[in-house]
Design a binder for this molecule. Structure first.
Ligand code: HEM
Ligand code: HEM
Length: 166
């Protein structure tokens, strides 16, 4: 997809980026509540009250992620996103690949979660693989953002905080 010639992210793109970050972290931290409920029901036990509440939140936060992502992708297609900062090469290619991998994961993980809930095996196991994959990508992505900010001292992190003026 061709990058449009924009110089930064808009307010809505920035807000959605950080809301999705918060929602994904919530899912990663409390996702095991879902596993606990599934296991309790399989073993014929009553799930704990906290697990029941958190697993209900897991479903709705997951659906919210899908909605926010749909808006974000639509904006990206129609108004574009700035090009990765840096000379074209392996690093900028890796950054672009990382961004599209995130978008793919943000669709695949909630959809396999829905399949795990409403269809069953083997989707639960497939959905669970999303956890380590997400963690590795987030660590790499956040480390890259901090490297841009503190070592390369460029605008990469700042432009995901401060919207462009237009
Ligand atoms: C980006 C969104 C999501 C993330 C990051 C996520 C993450 C997780 C994590 C970390 C677990 C626990 C895995 C473990 O026990 O180690 C889990 C389990 C589970 N999640 Fe999600 N989830 C998301 C969306 C959803 C959605 C929308 C649903 C729909 C109901 C869902 C349904 C489930 C189910 C059923 C389990 C239990 C799987 C099993 O034990 O078989 N998830 N999820
Ligand atoms: C769940 C965690 C995260 C997800 C799913 C995520 C996803 C994304 C995606 C898809 C983009 C590309 C935006 C586009 O051009 O369309 C992006 C950009 C960016 N993210 Fe994240 N992100 C996450 C966490 C973080 C964290 C923790 C930081 C900071 C430490 C961060 C900093 C940035 C920055 C600075 C950019 C802009 C890159 C650029 O302009 O070239 N992200 N993120």
């Amino acid at each position: 997809m061709a990058e449009k010639n924009v110089t930064g992210y808009s307010t809505i793109q920035i807000v959605l980026h950080w809301l999705i970050v918060a929602a994904v972290l919530f899912q990663l931290i409390f996702g095991e509540s879902m596993t606990n409920v599934v296991e309790a029901l399989e073993e014929g036990n009553a799930p704990g009250a906290a697990d029941l509440q958190l697993s209900s939140a897991h479903l709705w936060v997951g659906i919210a992620i899908l909605f926010m992502l749909a808006i974000r992708l639509a904006i990206r297609v129609f108004t574009g996103a700035p090009e990765v900062i840096g000379a074209p090469g392996l690093a900028t290619l890796a950054a672009t690949a990382m961004h599209w991998l995130f978008y793919a994961l943000l669709v695949i993980v909630p959809v396999t979660g829905l399949l795990a809930k409403y269809v069953g095996d083997p989707w639960g196991d497939i959905h669970t693989i999303g956890k380590p994959v997400f963690i590795v990508l987030i660590v790499l992505h956040a480390a890259a953002a901090l490297y841009h900010h503190f070592v390369l001292k460029d605008e990469t992190l700042v432009r995901m905080i401060r919207p462009r003026n237009s």
